[in-house]
Design a protein around this ligand. Sequence first.
Ligand code: NAI
Length: 505
Amino acid sequence: MSALTTDARIAVIGAGAMGAGIAQVAAQAGHRVQLLDSRPGAAAQAIAGIDRQLGKRVQNGKLEAQAHRATLDRLQVAESIDSLADSDLIIEAIVENLEVKQQLFRQLENLCQPSCILASNTSSLSITSIAAGLTRPERLLGLHFFNPAPVMALVEVISGLASDPALARCLYHTAAAWGKKPVHARSTPGFIVNRVARPFYAESLRLLQEGAADCTTLDALLREGGGFAMGAFELTDLIGHDVNYAVTCSVFHAYYGDMRYQPSLIQKELVDAGHLGRKSGQGFYSYAEGAPRPAPSQLESQASIDCCEVEGDLGIARELLPRLREAGIHLTLRDGSGLLRVGDAVLALSDGRSASQRARASGLRNLILLDLAGDFSSAGRIAISCSADTSPQAMEQAVALLQRAGLKVSQVTDSPALVVLRSVAMLANEAADALLHGVASAADIDLAMRAGVNYPQGPLAWADRIGLAALLHVLENLQAAYGEERYRPSLLLRRKVAEGSTFHD
Ligand code: NAI
């Protein structure tokens, strides 16, 4: 079924942050849109807000005045629910409460023509449950926009147990015609984005709890090393800890307390204290006027380095070698087990074991482990950790080598899989399980994480680049280090490794 044509009449119920944004998107795409809110004056206020926003875009030369006027002409306040009777698509964006949404849809079902598609913008409720009380549950689907709807490209089109696949296709094509990047998802807790993104926050929170590094350093590593737009602490400060913690709790409970989604006591304490992030002026960071932002910790070395030895394949860290060559470092290549030797120091990409554990198992001294970088050829910062026997001189030499390649170096305590590797391994593992459970296709999971939360790479494509066998090894070592099922590798990852295939084969 193709997209709704622009003569299709759209209604949006709930004129809050999301409803107003969705109404704007549909009106800008050429539809007549009615906006209804139970609070008197709310819909008119929302349209006035859209008017102001579009007016600013006209002033900045980003929108034609005519397009502004045409969009506003298409937006209309609905005085009562009865005026929505002739709608072709109704999108609900009211309070996040199952009973209230169910009641609204029952009312709409009795009022609207049989061909009208009913959609909910719920971020956490089951589409199957919302549709359960309807006579024709097949016409109800999820249409999950991200905040702010006019800016964020992703729309998750969610099918409940009874949803008609033809209507899912229609909403998919309609969202695409509205300039969005739609993905299909099955109604499961957190859908795609709110589920797959959980480890991004959870692993940083755990590293902080274990004293691996401070917030600023961990954030800087995810940003400048991993290539993420923000680190987990600055991002949760922006989202609001009340909102982020509530989503984690909701996913945790929905999966019957699966420890992979376990909420963090550190975040709970912030919520309990009212330190909700930017909106309250204090979260992990202070947003008070003039409050200084601490600098990430960083090692500096004065050692002079002009050569190193490369033994065997460094895995994805081999992308660092051209940078070293360009910096004038002479590389001697020989066979071996993936090590980089400089002076007394032995460097290797982490495999998920701690440095001390690996040093002891391999009989190596002065072992310094490298974290993953999103792109080794351009990363600005990297985390390292070292085995307990590492001498200050070996550390100086390793840091000097990495500095020569143009990397800032931050040391973290000897933690399994360091920071970026651990976060990406867990994101990829979660994405693999979502794929295994049929939540969405590999392409849609990757697109959702890029377009919905701006990840630099889709987690499954990222896993393919790192190498699935290497990634499985990291997760097995993490699981062994912690002895927790939280780090259990997905069956699908194990299967792909056994088959010698990739997620995008
Ligand atoms: P909001 O609180 O800003 O707006 C909700 C609006 O719905 C209010 O104006 C309220 O008066 C109205 N309302 C409540 N019950 C109503 C009813 N029975 N009939 C008509 N109007 C009613 O909420 P927000 O943030 O816009 O969220 C709306 C929905 O979108 C929720 O289901 C939420 O989970 C979901 N969502 C929210 C996102 C966000 O970042 N805020 C992101 C994606 C989805």
